[in-house]
Write a protein that binds this ligand. Structure first.
Ligand SMILES: Nc1nc2c(ncn2[C@@H]2O[C@H](COP(=O)(O)OP(=O)(O)OP(=O)(O)O)[C@@H](O)[C@H]2O)c(=O)[nH]1
Length: 368
C-alpha cells in the first residue's frame, strides 16, 4: 500500500483538493467524510494550506484538521514577494503539520501558478520537502486564463521557473485557458476543471496501487516523469457504451482529453497509458496498436491494464513533454506583462504627477 501526501496551496489548490476529497469520500453527503471510509486504496493524507481563512472555510469535503490557516490578512493579494516572506515566517509550523502525518512514498502539491499564496508557497514547500525527505514530489500547476491581467501572467512565469528550480521531480500542467470551454460562467468552468484534475489524479493513484493484469507502478510513473523537460500533462477519456477501446485511447491523447494544449505525438517524450474496464471490452490487439503508434512517435510508453468487471473502458495517459509550444506563447505574453508592470512603476516613480498636483496647495490653508 502506498503512502501518498496531497497538499493544496492557495484558493485554487484548496478547491482542487476538495474536489479530490469529494470524489474519494463519495458525493452523497457533506458529512460523508465523518462517517464513511475514504475510497482510496492507498493511505492518502490531504492537507490544505492558505493565508485566506475564507477559502479554507469554503471547503466542504476536507476535514477541519486538514486545513491549515497561515494568518495573513485575507490572502497575499497576488504578491509573490509577500507570499514568500509569509511562508518563511511560518515554515516551522507548516513543516511540523506535514511531518506529523508520517512518511510518504510520493507527494503531489497542487496550486495555481498565478495567485499570490499558492504560487509562492509551492516552490518553497517543495524545496523544504526535497531537502528533508527522499520521496518524489510532483507539482500540479494550474495556468491562468490569459486575459486575467499582467500580475497573474508575470506570477505564472516566475512561479513555474521557481518550481523547476525547487527540486520538484516534475510539473503536471493544467491550463484554465485551454480548458475554459468546460462551462458557461467562470464558477462552473472552475468546477469543471477542478473535477477533471481531481478525477485524473484519483485514477492515477488508484492504478499505481492496483493489482493489474499488466502492471505499471510508482517506479514506472517516476521514470515517465523523469523524461522530457520536467513538464507533463494528463489525458483521460471514458468510453460510452459502444465505443471501442481504440477510440477511447485516441480521445484520451487528443486535445479534448488533455489538461494542457499539446500535440503529444510531436511534443511528448515519455508516456504511461493505463486502461481500465471490463475484460470483454479491452481488446489487446486494439490496445497494442494504439500504444505502438504512440511509442513510435514519442519513444517509451509504459502500458497498464486494470480489469474491472462491468466497467466501461477508461483511459488515462501521463505524458512528459520535451517541448511545449503553448508554454512558449505564455512566456512571450508574460514578458510583455512584466515589461508593462515595470514601465508603469518607473513612470509612477519618475513623473509623480499626483505629487505635482498636491504641491499646488503647498503653504495654503482652507478658508471657510
Ligand atoms: N481551475 C481553477 N482555477 C482557479 C480556481 N480558483 C482560482 N483559480 C485561478 O487561480 C489564479 C488565482 O490564484 P488563487 O489560487 O486564487 O490565489 P491564491 O494562491 O489563493 O493567492 P492570493 O489570493 O493572491 O493570496 C487565477 O488564475 C484563477 O483563474 C479554481 O477553483 N479552479
Amino acid at each position: 500500500m502506498l503512502n501518498i501526501l496531497i497538499v493544496g496551496n492557495g484558493q485554487c489548490g484548496n478547491r482542487i483538493l476538495d474536489a479530490i476529497n469529494r470524489e474519494a469520500f463519495g458525493k452523497k453527503s457533506r458529512l460523508a467524510k465523518f462517517y464513511s471510509q475514504q475510497k482510496y486504496k492507498s493511505n492518502v493524507q490531504t492537507i490544505a494550506i492558505n493565508t485566506a481563512v475564507n477559502d479554507l472555510k469554503e471547503m466542504k469535503f476536507t476535514k477541519a484538521k486538514d486545513r491549515i490557516h497561515i494568518p495573513h490578512l485575507h490572502g497575499v493579494g497576488a504578491n509573490r514577494n509577500v507570499g514568500k516572506h509569509v511562508f518563511e515566517d511560518n515554515k516551522t509550523h507548516i513543516m511540523r503539520q506535514i511531518e506529523e502525518r508520517g512518511n510518504f512514498d510520493v507527494c503531489f502539491v497542487i496550486t495555481s501558478a498565478s495567485g499570490g499564496t499558492g504560487s509562492s508557497f509551492t516552490p518553497m514547500l517543495v524545496k523544504e520537502l526535497k531537502e528533508r525527505h527522499d520521496y518524489p514530489v510532483y507539482a500540479v500547476v494550474v495556468l491562468p486564463f490569459r486575459e486575467e491581467g499582467t500580475l497573474y501572467l508575470q506570477n505564472a512565469a516566475f512561479c513555474l521557473r521557481d518550481i523547476r528550480e525547487s527540486g520538484a521531480d516534475g510539473i503536471i500542467l493544467a491550463d484554465n485557458q485551454f480548458l475554459k470551454q468546460m462551462g458557461g460562467n467562470v464558477e462552473s468552468a472552475y468546477n469543471g476543471i477542478n473535477d477533471m484534475v481531481a478525477r485524473r489524479l484519483l485514477f492515477l493513484l488508484d492504478s499505481l496501487d492496483s493489482e493489474m493484469m499488466m502492471v505499471t507502478d510508482l517506479g514506472d510513473f517516476k521514470t515517465v516523469m523523469n523524461g522530457g523537460a520536467g513538464l507533463a500533462t494528463i489525458g483521460f477519456y471514458e468510453a460510452d457504451t459502444d465505443m471501442p477501446v481504440r477510440s477511447a485511447i485516441q480521445k484520451a491523447l487528443s486535445p479534448s482529453g488533455l489538461l494542457f494544449s499539446s500535440d503529444v505525438y510531436k511534443e511528448a517524450s515519455r508516456a504511461m497509458v493505463i486502461i481500465r474496464g471490463d475484460k470483454e471490452r479491452l481488446s489487446i490487439d486494439e490496445i497494442s496498436t494504439e500504444v505502438e503508434k504512440l511509442s513510435s512517435a514519442v519513444g517509451h510508453v509504459f502500458k497498464g491494464i486494470v480489469v474491472r468487471s462491468g466497467e466501461l473502458p477508461q483511459v488515462l495517459a501521463v505524458l512528459t513533454l520535451e517541448s511545449a509550444s503553448e508554454l512558449e506563447s505564455l512566456y512571450s505574453i508574460a514578458v510583455d506583462a512584466i515589461k508593462q508592470e515595470r514601465d508603469k512603476k518607473e513612470r509612477v516613480a519618475s513623473v509623480k504627477e499626483v505629487d505635482r498636483a498636491f504641491s499646488q496647495i503647498d503653504g495654503m490653508d482652507p478658508s471657510y
